[in-house]
Write a protein that binds this ligand. Structure first.
Ligand code: WTA
Length: 571
């Protein structure tokens, strides 16, 4: 691919510097640059917000630039500090303490961000949930985390089975005008009376900060637990990879229900003191381009699925907007197709920088730094301070071009510290000091990593990680469904779509209305992104003799591939 001719900032270092940095870098030295280094007592909320609010030259800079079809509002660092202090006081009033889990189930809004930092300021652990979640998804997460408080809106409260969650003692309602709030804590009312000063709870680096539920191939979603220590890497990758400088206007399109929406929608930008654009409302090519143009966005972090949609909407739409301020574009979440990179070079005159990481890793690990040569289809190289490799199943490193497990040497700051209440699950990620990602990949002779696929049955649909088990469990709750097996089926725009194979209970016949009813059942019970786009009725679901669904076999059938080893298939 030809390299671009436009003048892009090369970031803080050039290629040679990076290679030197890769050799010499250690996280301890970077840690020593933080003001808390000597006390070891920290708080992310202070580093991201209050620190800037205490700086006379920074305090009136816009921190949060919120825009949705119904509302537009901005908050300076000073205002965000005060609002989050107020909410921290509300939390104290209701006896929320250090280590408590406080979940947020609401759309992106200024109230969301004030609440989020309020939670961190009292030392509690924040658990943001996608607003698209339906009852089952909400229940699973609140039950497992034993959250004592939930912050939500009157509309979303309908999906919270309050009476069945004994640990959930308190509910805060945001925007409860005209609603009977006698059983709840009214956000607006409490905020009005709350003081704008608050003494932050200083915590240890290893104290809990945020929890994200994510899916594996078996079992219910698991709570990935992150600590304040992660800030070192959020700050570093914000600077090196997003290339943020204090004058930037930055937009991360991800929802905070997903780890990208916290690590890079909240922490990295504000640790680096930039103006952060938060957009509510639905996606459309026009509204996205308008957001970029209207706010003079300079750095844009998004996902392949969105870029593919923009690509199918066409270059002409892009050309109607002034996108000249956008100097740096990045992507995460799924393989970034080479054709998208080529298209963007034409449509935006910009290269797209792929980044690879996972909910579990807390921050970027393999990236394309601004100064690096981009090899379309490759995720890039490890950041300084991170050692990645391809290993076999016994933990031995493999030579270039050999496909295997993408693995990372333990010891980067933003690594998850636990899978909530499941230590054995946490331990299962490691072999010989390597964190094993579950992705397969290979490395070329220059150290670029190339993604090949998932090694387990996890589905990645439009960048959302969906566990087949959750969908299967919901499907068999439907009265017509006897058994279900769920796979990801390749799709040009969404990466994968969810396809379900089901067997019917006696007395039910195949008919389109029934299939649509079953689909809706998953959609309204679990969430829209978990609902199968395709459902096929079969006579049997292939299982191993121990009763495990052989999703791999279903996938081979679907794709017309050889079925491989079927020795464990039941009779
Ligand atoms: C996939 C949190 C290819 C991968 C950010 C990983 C990617 C999973 C890339 C994590 C990329 C993420 N290229 N695949 N650049 N980035 N993935 O935890 O399979 O929701 O294991 O993402 O997404 O998903 P998660």
């Amino acid at each position: 691919m030809e390299t671009t001719t436009i003048d892009v900032r090369q970031g803080d270092f050039n290629v040679e510097d990076v290679e030197t940095l890769r050799k010499d870098f250690n996280w301890e030295e970077m840690k020593a640059t933080f003001s808390w280094y000597h006390t070891g007592k920290v708080n992310m909320a202070y580093e991201a917000i209050d620190r800037h609010a205490e700086n006379p030259n920074k305090k009136d800079q816009i921190a949060l630039l919120y825009s949705s079809p119904k509302r537009e509002e901005s908050l300076t660092f000073d205002q965000l500090r005060k609002r989050s202090n107020q909410f921290a006081n509300v939390l104290k009033k209701y006896h929320v303490n250090k280590g408590d889990r406080v979940f947020l189930f609401m759309p992106r809004s200024p109230e969301f961000y004030a609440s989020f930092f309020g939670i961190l300021k009292v030392g509690a652990v924040a658990g943001p949930l996608f607003e698209a979640f339906m009852e089952q998804a909400v229940r699973d997460r609140l039950e497992d985390s034993q959250a004592s408080m939930l912050i939500t809106t009157p509309e979303l409260l309908e999906r919270v089975p309050v009476d069945e969650l004994p640990d959930l003692e308190k509910i805060v309602l945001v925007g409860a005008t005209g609603v009977d709030v006698s059983n709840y804590i009214d956000f607006d009312h409490e905020m009005e009376g709350a003081s704008e000063s608050f003494d932050i709870e200083w915590v240890d680096l290893e104290d809990g900060m945020v929890m994200h539920y994510t899916s594996g191939s078996t079992g219910k979603p698991k709570g990935v637990y992150h600590v304040h220590h992660a800030m070192i890497q959020h700050y570093a990758t914000g600077k090196w990879v997003l290339d943020l400088t204090e004058d930037d206007v930055y937009w991360c399109t991800a929802d905070p229900g997903w780890v990208t929406g916290t690590s890079y929608g909240i922490f990295a930008p504000w640790l680096n003191g930039v103006t952060n654009v938060i957009r509510g409302g639905r996606y459309s090519p026009e509204s996205w381009y308008e957001t970029l143009a209207k706010y003079d966005v300079t750095v844009w972090y998004t996902a392949p699925t969105a870029l593919r949609k923009l690509m199918s909407a066409g270059k002409d739409i892009a050309k109607q907007y002034d996108l000249s301020k956008v100097r740096h574009i990045l992507s995460v979440g799924e393989p970034l197709n080479p054709e998208v990179i080529t298209w963007a070079l034409d449509a935006y005159d910009r290269r797209i920088h792929d980044t690879w990481w996972m909910t579990e890793t807390g921050a970027m690990l393999i990236v394309n730094l601004p100064c690096m040569e981009i090899r379309p289809g490759s995720m890039g190289k490890p950041i300084p301070g991170v050692e990645a490799s391809i290993i076999d199943d016994d933990g031995n490193e493999l030579p270039p071009y050999q496909m295997g497990n993408l693995a990372v040497k333990e010891g980067w700051p933003s690594m998850m510290r636990a899978i909530w209440k499941r230590p054995e699950k946490y331990n299962s990620y490691f072999i010989n000091g390597w964190y094993v990602s579950g992705d397969s990949a290979y490395m070329d002779e220059d150290g670029y990593f190339w993604f090949q696929g998932r090694l387990d049955d996890v589905i990645n649909t439009s960048g959302e990680r969906v566990g087949p088990f959750e969908v299967e469990s919901k499907l068999i709750e439907h009265h017509a469904v006897s058994e279900a097996g769920v796979i990801g089926k390749p799709d040009a725009e969404r990466g994968e779509i969810i396809k379900a194979f089901i067997t019917l209970n006696p007395g039910y016949e195949k008919d389109d209305a029934l299939l649509e009813e079953i689909r809706q059942y998953v959609k309204t019970g679990l969430s829209a992104h978990a609902a199968p786009r395709e459902i096929e009725i079969t006579d049997t679901i292939p299982k191993t003799r121990s009763g495990k669904i052989m999703r791999r076999l279903l996938k081979s059938w679907e794709l017309g591939l050889p079925t491989g080893d079927t020795s464990t298939l039941e009779e």
